[in-house]
Design a protein around this ligand. Structure first.
Ligand code: MEV
Length: 446
């Protein structure tokens, strides 16, 4: 049903025409909005063309802060980690955790596995034993027919590593699956995997339609869909920190190392036990992870979806990180599946993603997995450290104060005065506005 605000042929319009249509139909002050959105167009037409190419119906750019967290020592190598995030305190927290562990042996990380997964889902009324009896032959055909797609990947050391036939017919009549495992080296591999799967689906249909072992009423396969799975529990990386408890030092509020270690471990245990806490706890981990995933041009929706499924692998949603105290050693560890790429996709197209990767020394996908898992662990450490010592509001409100001051267009000297004034006072938008108005009144009275 077309309405006065619906449109046809929108995607074919020029960018200016699209913008014009939008502002005239949905805004009170079209000219102002048009100017505002256009003010974010890139000054270089070439750069803008590249950005527009990432999506459809693009009208402008949506700027997000691009920052860095320096002093990350991972496996003895120092990194300055790029982060794209709009939440204040996240970069500051990551930086402070990096600095904390810099003096305690740094972070350690290792990749545990790198397999990706794809599936061909199909419905079929034939006899499973027959398909199983010719499955080796089918596999040969599947591999032969995808040789042109896999040749390049194989040259880089990757390709298809396993093909399984899974029987779901007890849960759902006639439902089966080809589950395929892949090694995609430095690429995230989504396009590669999906191309292979679509070719597999075609080969599977032809094979069953033509192989003599199948009776006439078994020759019809209904391919439901062929798509990679974003659940990659075997594309797993571990990051951890450890030190003797006494090396943790002392903490704000007069908390000593032993008390901190115990309290910290309990906080992690609570996130293991309780899904309400686990969700917030893991959100803190993803504050760090997503920020680097976005900065390096990777797919943060895939990473999040996978991480949350992994967090539920026991049947209950739980903390992704773990903490132990054994023989006087405090150890904090994060295992997380991260399917990342350092070639292909946005990684080489987006100018800032390219810059982020260069900043990290143009890492392989495996090295990037270690960097990103470490950032998640650091973020989690910083958040839980604050929670069990000072509480997070102190740090958050400090950053929030700056946002309010910017909103009120405070000058540098007003910012300085406000920061001193609110050092030990409650911060709210209203209290800051009153303070700034007072400063301005005093100044105008002089
Ligand atoms: C806020 O973005 C993240 C935290 O809530 C994480 C946590 O509670 O662990 C501070």
């Amino acid at each position: 049903m077309a309405t006065e605000k619906s449109v046809s042929g929108f995607s074919k319009m020029s960018k200016r025409k699209k913008l014009r249509w939008l502002v005239e139909n949905f805004f009170k002050d079209p000219e102002k909005v048009m100017r505002e959105l256009m003010s974010f167009w890139h000054s270089s037409e070439e750069q803008q063309r590249i950005l527009d190419g990432f999506s459809e119906n693009t009208l402008s750019n949506y700027p997000m802060p691009f920052g860095v967290a320096p002093n990350f020592i991972i496996n003895g190598k120092t990194y300055c980690v790029p982060m794209v995030i709009e939440e204040s305190s996240v970069v500051a927290a990551a930086s402070s955790a990096a600095k904390f562990w810099m003096n305690r042996g740094g972070f350690k990380a290792k990749v545990l596995s790198t397999l990706k997964v794809g599936q061909v889902h199909f419905y079929w009324k034939g006899k499973l034993q027959k398909l199983e009896s010719v499955f080796d032959l089918l596999k040969t055909a599947l591999l032969q027919n995808t040789a042109p797609i896999t040749a390049n990947m194989e040259q880089r050391g990757g390709g298809i590593t396993a093909i399984e036939l899974l029987d779901f017919s007890r849960e759902e009549a006639n439902y089966y699956q080809l589950k395929v495992s892949f090694e995609t080296c430095d690429s995230m591999g989504a396009n590669f995997i999906n191309s292979v799967l679509e070719s597999f689906a075609e080969t599977l249909s032809n094979f069953v339609a033509t192989h003599p072992v199948f009776d006439d009423d078994e020759k019809d396969i209904e391919i439901i869909m062929s798509i990679l799975s974003n659940f990659t529990p075997e594309c797993l990386v571990r990051a951890w920190v450890e030190c003797p408890i006494e090396d943790l030092g002392s903490f704000e509020g007069g908390i000593d190392a032993e008390a901190f270690a115990q309290k910290f471990c309990r906080a992690i245990r609570i996130a293991w036990l309780d899904p309400y806490r686990a969700t917030t706890h893991n959100k803190g981990i993803f504050n760090g992870i997503d920020a680097v995933v976005i900065a390096t041009g990777n797919d943060f929706r895939a990473i999040e979806a996978c991480g949350h499924t992994y967090a539920s692998r026991s049947g209950q949603y739980r903390s992704l990180s773990k903490c132990t105290i054994e023989n006087g050693i405090f150890k904090f560890c994060l295992d997380i599946p991260l399917a990342l790429g350092t070639v292909g996709g946005l990684t080489n197209l987006h100018p800032i993603a390219r810059c982020s990767l260069e900043m990290l020394g143009n890492p392989s996908a495996e090295e990037l997995m270690q960097i990103i898992a470490t950032t998640g662990l650091a973020q989690n450490f910083a958040a839980v450290k604050s929670l069990v010592t000072t509480g997070i509001q102190k740090g958050h409100m400090k950053m929030h104060l700056l946002n309010i001051l910017n909103h009120l267009k405070a000058t540098e000297s007003e910012i300085e005065k406000a920061e001193a004034y609110f050092e030990d006072r409650q911060i709210s938008f209203n209290s800051v506005r009153i303070f700034i108005n007072q400063c301005r009144n005093e100044n105008s009275a002089v």
